[in-house]
Design a protein around this ligand. Structure first.
Ligand code: PGA
Length: 240
């Protein structure tokens, strides 16, 4: 594991963006695994800035996002498709057909999960996966459970996740209860992982993820087994 210490959120964002940028510069047709959430926003902002300055070319890049809410379509401002368009895709020269997220509106969710696994396989797997971590240890929407769920699957969100995500919705009741998430297998098969964390509220869980026992009750702890894990965290998140 490589640990990169950042001063604060802005510094974490730039340092994490450096790894993604280097990946795309070294391999122009990279497959990037992307994440949504507050942690990633500054990283995308930095990448857009470098794109505008002519430093990165996304024309041959493909992306696969970790997850999507069930029941929200891409035009819904709370959907992860919308988040990605808003924070990244529409600002860079990535091709629309190369930007992939699970379809939360799919009629047959089981079939959609299988499609997503086949897609990741067809792309040749993920070169670099960007990850945040939930306060309950989830990665993507792989929630604490009795076993690591390997394949893309549909989950019921934990109450703690609904609470954490309620800030993006008008009320807690509006937070979708279900989501589709990439499984642990595709994440762990990524050739490199960049795990990011910022702020005091991540300090406790980051310690359990990096130093605690590897257990599906803390899904992110599985990352300890990854041969190329890069952790970019700021001083507050590393506080414990
Ligand atoms: P956050 O979410 O970046 O908004 O803290 C991370 C996560 O829940 O995976």
């Amino acid at each position: 594991m490589k640990l990169v210490r950042a001063k604060d959120y802005k510094d974490m964002s730039r340092k994490a963006a450096n790894f993604l940028s280097a990946q795309v510069i070294l391999k122009e047709n990279s497959v990037l695994g992307l994440a949504t959430g507050g942690t990633s926003e500054g990283i995308y902002e930095q990448l857009v800035d470098w794109y505008r300055k002519g430093d990165i070319d996304f024309s041959m890049v493909s992306t696969v996002n970790l997850d999507e809410y069930v029941g929200l379509d891409g035009s819904n401002e709370r959907s992860y498709r919308y988040y990605m368009e808003h924070h990244l895709f529409r600002h860079i020269n990535i091709k629309e057909r190369n930007c992939h997220l699970p379809d939360g509106m799919a009629g047959n969710l089981e079939e959609e999960c299988r499609r997503y696994d086949r897609l990741i396989e067809r792309l040749g797997g993920i070169d670099m996966q960007l990850l945040g971590v939930g306060e309950n240890g989830h990665i993507g929407f792989n929630e604490p459970d009795e076993a690591f769920e390997q394949m893309t699957h549909c989950v019921w969100l934990k109450e703690s996740t609904i609470d954490a995500n309620a800030r993006y919705f008008a009320s807690r009741e509006e937070v979708p209860r279900r989501a589709i998430t990439m499984g642990i297998k595709a994440i762990m098969q990524a050739r490199a992982i960049v795990l990011c964390a910022s702020g005091k509220r991540k300090a406790g869980i980051l310690k359990r993820v990096l130093c605690g026992p590897v257990t599906p009750e803390v899904p992110g702890s599985v990352l300890q087994m990854h041969p190329r894990l890069i952790v970019v965290a700021d001083a507050e998140a590393l506080g414990e």
